[in-house]
Write a protein that binds this ligand. Structure first.
Ligand SMILES: Nc1ncnc2c1ncn2[C@@H]1O[C@H](COP(=O)(O)OP(=O)(O)OP(=O)(O)O)[C@@H](O)[C@H]1O
Ligand SMILES: O=C(O)c1ccc[n+]([C@@H]2O[C@H](COP(=O)([O-])O)[C@@H](O)[C@H]2O)c1
Length: 225
């Protein structure tokens, strides 16, 4: 059983990244006592149309800005791995970082449509999943087809915590085995990328200079295994 850093993974379009991403990440870091969270800026969500999706460099730039001075590592690792589907990404990450323990983080809107993701049961068997409550989506998430299956693996946050209060331990009830589903409920955050795009359709301009730099520096992220 791997004993490395406990790493949360927040995959997303980040079109653009916003304060809600930062806030839910910080909540999850504290609630699950994670060592760090990697933001996986997606080359393209397989279920979202390419139209309206800003270039990866601009989305990555917005994520860098939001992740400042937080234990968040912004990555475009799916671009480097050549993966789009989360099941493939996770298989590659687990292989590449055998010592790390990963947990997949996602908002309730994604749980509501998780059954449409490719190999979603394989995803759930690979890593524990923590779902963050999101205004307007919690009821659909609870009633979703994926939840009908995942519900039996539901665990409390406390059951994943180490008795000593440090990082979750790996024995007994606190073992991070999968499938496991945790629902994290804290002060819901109404922010969304769609609202930002609606208010500021030209948001990528704010990351113009940075995007140019990122085009040069977007390269394989090599966090220490
Ligand atoms: N305010 C929020 N509360 C809870 N989860 C969130 C929130 N904002 C984003 N997330 C989650 O963060 C991940 C990445 O989100 P994404 O980049 O798609 O942003 P978004 O605001 O959901 O975008 P859009 O409005 O374009 O759908 C997803 O798992 C999403 O559910
Ligand atoms: O693997 C899939 O089939 C799949 C389908 C839809 C979304 N995802 C992933 O879900 C994450 C959240 O996407 P988004 O666009 O809601 O931010 C992101 O990492 C996507 O790659 C993955």
């Amino acid at each position: 059983m791997p004993r490395g850093p406990l790493t949360g993974l927040l995959g997303g379009s980040f079109n653009p990244a916003h304060g809600g991403h930062r806030r839910i990440t910080r909540f999850a870091l504290a609630a699950l006592r994670l060592d760090e969270v990697w933001w996986l800026v997606s080359p393209g969500n397989p279920l979202k149309p390419a139209a309206g999706m800003a270039p990866l460099a601009a989305r990555y730039g917005s994520a860098l800005a939001q992740a400042r001075r937080a234990p968040i590592r912004v990555t475009a690792i799916e671009r480097d791995l050549g993966t789009r589907f989360t099941a493939d990404t996770l298989a590659a990450l687990v292989r590449r970082y055998p010592k790390r323990r990963f947990v997949w983080l996602m908002g309730a809107d994604n749980l509501a449509q998780f059954h449409r993701w490719r190999d979603w049961r394989r995803i759930a068997r690979t890593v524990p999943i923590a779902v963050i409550a999101r205004p307007g989506y919690d009821a659909t998430a609870v009633a979703s087809p994926a939840m009908a299956w995942l519900g039996r693996y539901r665990r409390t946050v406390a059951s994943l915590r180490s008795p000593s209060g440090n990082s979750p331990c790996i024995t007994g009830r606190a073992e991070w085995s999968a499938p496991a589903l945790v629902i994290l409920r804290f002060d819901p955050d109404p922010r969304s990328a769609s609202a930002i795009r609606q208010a500021d359709p030209d948001w990528t301009r704010r990351f113009g200079a940075r995007s140019l730099r990122d085009r040069l520096t977007l390269r394989p992220i090599e966090p220490k295994p």
